[in-house]
Write a protein that binds this ligand. Structure first.
Ligand code: ATP
Length: 338
């Protein structure tokens, strides 16, 4: 099966072609980078409006050019169109959905509405070959732990306020550093030393607002910015690692998979890998192109959903800006029930 995936929940206007037989995924992305401040929903939507048609056309050209020789010549270049239906910024999602509906109707192939957070999870699970991992989604707008049970991914724990990437980006905006802030904090942390900052974990819940205010204050008080960046990473990633370990312990799982753009951070991956090593669990983080927002993960999960018959009629395909991953009936895991 060949599937066109389209992603556009916030900053990445992205289209991809996934070929299940070849096990190959080709991703095309045009990123929105705000000139100042963080992501502005209106500017992001304007970027999507211009960039999505181009990325989709490029991906479809690629699908045509790489059509396998044994594929009947009158078949469409892809067998289904998958799109990120939510969660995300409403104006961006609507542009993506309109593009997906148009292509699906023109090619007369099924439409698949994919939950963006489950795509972040499933791309790691698929590449690791894990059965039933705990998943830590550490992305811009989210920070949560998911585990599969009885036909759904259950929310095991989550941030009580902002997503982890957004929290870091708010701190770097205070420093007038350009978006995205995460890679800049990672670079600055290399030369830093430890200072105390608030650490807030309550059972399976955690919070970033206190630490971000304290980090801004520390910089204003003259603490070297490298020390604040180093300590921010140690505290924030320590919180995520503690809760991930508790999730492994409570579920009895011995597999942890990482998803989301903050997962590109080497220190976070190092902490999680070390924790898993100490308790005899396996850890997997997909390659960076699949961690940050990308249409490849939408195409990969879309292919599994399409194979399970989990498609959506155009007239029922309204976007879901607040779609929580634990509200999605999991149709694609039949036969591997845990
Ligand atoms: P979501 O997937 O929840 O909708 P999102 O759309 O913001 O989130 P992602 O691509 O998953 O997108 O993550 C982007 C975030 O990742 C940004 O906040 C960015 O600062 C952060 N990030 C990127 N690289 C790094 C890094 N090396 N270290 C820490 N954070 C990083």
């Amino acid at each position: 099966m060949r599937v066109l995936g389209i992603e556009g929940t916030a900053w990445a206007a992205s289209a991809a072609v996934h070929d299940t037989e070849a096990g190959d995924t080709r991703i095309f992305t045009d990123a929105y980078l705000p000139e100042s401040g963080g992501i502005h929903p209106r500017e992001a939507a304007e970027h999507m409006r211009g960039a999505i048609p181009t990325q989709v056309a490029t991906a479809l050209d690629y699908a045509r050019e790489t059509t396998p020789e044994n594929r009947p010549s009158d078949d469409p270049p892809v067998d289904a169109v998958a799109f990120s239906r939510g969660p995300g910024l409403g104006p961006c999602l609507r542009i993506v959905a309109t593009a997906a509906r148009t292509v699906a109707q023109r090619l007369d192939v099924p439409l698949v509405g994919v939950n963006h957070m489950l795509a972040h999870l499933e791309i790691g699970r698929a590449s690791a070959g894990f059965d039933s991992p705990v998943c830590l989604n550490a992305s811009g707008a989210n920070a949560h732990l998911l585990g599969y049970h009885g036909g759904r991914y259950r929310m095991l724990g989550e941030t009580m306020d902002t997503g982890v990437g957004n929290a870091i980006d708010k701190f770097t905006r205070h420093l007038d550093w350009s978006h995205p802030g995460g890679p800049k904090v990672e670079a600055a942390a290399e030369d830093g030393a430890y200072v105390d900052l608030p650490y807030v974990v309550t059972g399976m819940e955690f919070s970033f607002s206190g630490i971000m205010s304290a980090a801004k204050q520390a910089v204003d008080d003259g603490v070297p910015v490298e020390d604040v960046c180093f300590s921010l990473q140690e505290h924030v990633f320590g919180m995520l690692t503690e809760v991930a370990e508790r999730a492994l312990s409570l579920t009895g799982s011995d597999e942890l998979v990482l998803g989301g753009g903050v997962g590109q951070n080497a220190r976070l991956r190092e902490m999680l890998a070390e924790m898993c090593d100490q308790r005899g669990a396996s850890f997997h983080a997909p390659e960076p192109r699949f961690l940050r927002d990308n249409a490849g993960m939408i195409a990969v999960l879309g292919a599994r959903m399409a194979a399970a018959g989990d498609t959506v009629a155009v007239e029922e395909s309204a976007v879901r800006p607040n779609w929580r991953p634990n509200d999605v009936p999991v149709t694609w895991r039949d036969g591997e029930d845990v």
